[in-house]
Ligand binder design. Structure first.
Ligand code: FES
Length: 283
């Protein structure tokens, strides 16, 4: 390399270095010109107790302090006082009294609601003591034939048997039948299962086609008219109604006294052996 080239490179390096120095000086001057004060100026202002403008760090520190919540003032301490046992007892009594009254009120309301529903729909649940629907007349007559002469309804505690139409003129002459004549005119009678003697349940006897009481041997024909035994009268009756659509209803709310001893409207005699013996002599 020639000496001229070396000199040219050295000059270029010096020029470049000078340019870098100048640029750095100019940048520092720009920063100070944006609002920064020189160190001497700041010292002079501090000595003169002049409020200096805040730096960025001062502003950030102030913001952080502003975000930190001030501690809440401590609540004043209060003296603990034991609860009054009388007051606690009264409170318990009040609770129990109110609970009792509420439960009783709810129970009475439920009871009243149930009674109201039962009043509105008295036939919804057929029970003895009211009107008991026992089915269609044709079905009952069919059941009587298939059961050798008798139909039993546990709901009505009654037997239903066929009443022969040819016996109606005689039945109309029996005072005790006046209230049950409607059922007889429809071809059936409803007999209370309770023996008029001492209250045993009187079963049917299919061989004799009578009712024969196992307790003391009272006997009644298929229409419930007394044929023998100690009973004071014939079997008691319930009124029977048959609707236009053929529904049979037994009104068990009233028991009608059976016909007196000696009544024999159907003339039905025993059609076979008796189920109970020894009672016939009481009659
Ligand atoms: S209870 Fe039926 S005969 Fe006495």
């Amino acid at each position: 390399m020639s000496s001229a080239a070396i000199i040219a490179i050295a000059v270029a390096a010096i020029v470049l270095l000078a340019a870098v120095v100048l640029l750095s000086a100019a940048r520092k001057s720009d920063v100070r010109g944006a609002g920064a004060l020189s160190r001497e100026t700041r010292r002079r202002d501090r000595d003169a107790e002049i409020d200096l403008p805040l730096t960025g760090k001062d502003v950030e520190r102030a913001a952080v302090q502003a975000r930190v919540p001030a501690p809440a003032p401590a609540a004043p301490l209060s003296v603990w006082v034991a609860p009054d046992p009388d007051a606690i007892g009264v409170s318990r009594r009040q609770f129990l009294n109110r609970a009792t009254v509420t439960l009783m009120t709810a129970g009475l309301a439920s009871f009243a609601a149930a009674g109201f529903v039962a009043f509105l729909w008295p036939t919804a649940a057929p029970v003895f003591g009211g009107k008991v629907s026992v089915g269609k007349l044709d079905d009952i007559l069919s059941s009587i034939r298939s059961n050798a002469g008798f139909f039993y309804s546990s709901s009505a505690r009654s037997y239903i048997t066929v009443y022969p139409p040819e016996a109606l003129p005689k039945a109309k002459g029996v005072k005790e039948y006046a209230t049950v004549l409607g059922g007889m005119e429809n071809g059936v009678v409803a007999l209370y299962q309770k023996c008029p003697h001492l209250g045993c349940r009187v079963p049917e006897c299919k061989s004799s086609q009578w009712f024969e009481c196992p307790c003391h041997g009272s006997q009644y024909n298929r229409a419930g008219e007394k044929k023998g035994g100690p009973a004071p009268r014939g079997m008691d009756h319930f009124a029977v109604t048959v609707s236009g659509s053929g529904d049979v209803v037994i009104d068990t709310s009233t028991v009608f006294t059976g016909a007196p001893i000696g009544t024999n409207t159907t003339g039905q005699e025993a059609e076979g052996p008796h189920c109970i013996t020894g009672g016939g002599g009481h009659g």
